[in-house]
Design a protein around this ligand. Structure first.
Ligand SMILES: [Zn+2]
Length: 290
């Protein structure tokens, strides 16, 4: 006759099984938590070099990108008013960085021909086009580097006057699904300086915001209006090679940077160029006026 094991032995086996299960749960929780650890913060290089018009809002724009990254915890910002770090060569100065350290580049109302030699220009385009890094152009980022055709190709065009100066700009939302603009109403007004773009076509970008062409004072603008199509984009998104590019003319005034709508737009734009969110870059015809 086979006797059953002593009760104490059974209890030990039960305890062992419970301990093993507990260890397994602990292991899963531990490694599960590791898998959920947020990735290393992205790094953004903000350039505010000016060789032409000097916007009073350059420091506001630079600080806004810094603060948006800090408050969201999503990226670290390095602020420069020179272009030394726009290179893939080693910057031979203690602790200096180069483009290899960064995930996105922001031009904060840069103007004129920046200090970039041919090798720096090639490295900047490799950064965006081949490595798929991001670019955000703020306001006068369109009023710079006219002598570098690829720059205009990357951004989508160049500045060509602001026919109404700073005014209560009537703006239409064209893409209510894009992360940087979905918080805007279908139709709204912002006091800002809206650029007219040249060498620009909506066929090459996803227009997110545009001026309401029916609410503009063409008499007042006179001969400063050069676009026969009256297509005045206020923000757009596009790709350049593997890279994501966002541009908006909003941000001329210092006050614009205190506007939560503008802050949200550049927060979401930076997230998008960093690849944290998705949004279309498909071009489309002008959307009907609301
Ligand atoms: Zn301006």
């Amino acid at each position: 006759m086979i006797s059953s094991p002593p009760e104490a032995f059974v209890n030990i086996r039960r305890i062992s099984a419970v301990l093993a299960a507990a260890a397994l749960v602990g292991w899963i929780v531990h490694y599960g938590a590791l898998a959920q650890t947020p990735p290393v913060k992205k790094r953004v290089l903000v350039i505010g070099q000016t060789k032409g018009f000097e916007h009073d809002s350059v420091p506001d724009a630079m600080a806004a990108i810094y603060n948006l990254g800090k408050k969201s915890g999503l990226w670290e910002t390095y602020i420069r008013t020179d272009t030394e770090w726009i290179t893939k060569k080693k910057v031979d100065r203690g602790n200096a960085k180069n483009l290899n350290y960064f995930d996105a580049l922001v031009f904060a109302s840069t103007t004129g021909e920046l200090d970039l030699d041919d090798s720096q220009k090639a490295d900047m385009m490799t950064f965006i086009k081949d490595e798929g890094k991001g670019f955000v152009g703020i306001h006068a980022a369109l009023d710079t580097l006219y002598k570098w055709p690829e720059y205009g190709e990357m951004t989508g065009g160049w500045f060509n006057d602001h026919p109404w100066g700073t005014f209560e700009a009537p703006i239409v939302l064209e893409d209510p699904s894009f992360p940087a603009t979905k918080h805007f109403a279908k139709s709204f007004v912002k006091k800002d300086e809206i650029y007219q773009a040249k060498d620009w076509s909506r066929d090459k970008v996803n227009v997110l915001l545009r001026l309401n062409e029916n609410k503009l004072d063409y008499q007042k603008a006179g001969d400063r209006v050069h676009r026969a199509d009256h297509d005045f984009a206020v923000a757009w998104a596009k790709t350049y090679g593997k890279g994501r590019v966002f541009y908006s003319t909003l941000g001329h005034t210092k006050e614009a940077w205190d506007d939560p709508d503008i802050q949200t737009m550049y927060l979401e734009a930076t997230k998008w160029v960093l690849g944290m969110t998705e949004g279309s870059t498909a071009s489309h015809a002008k959307t009907p006026l609301p």
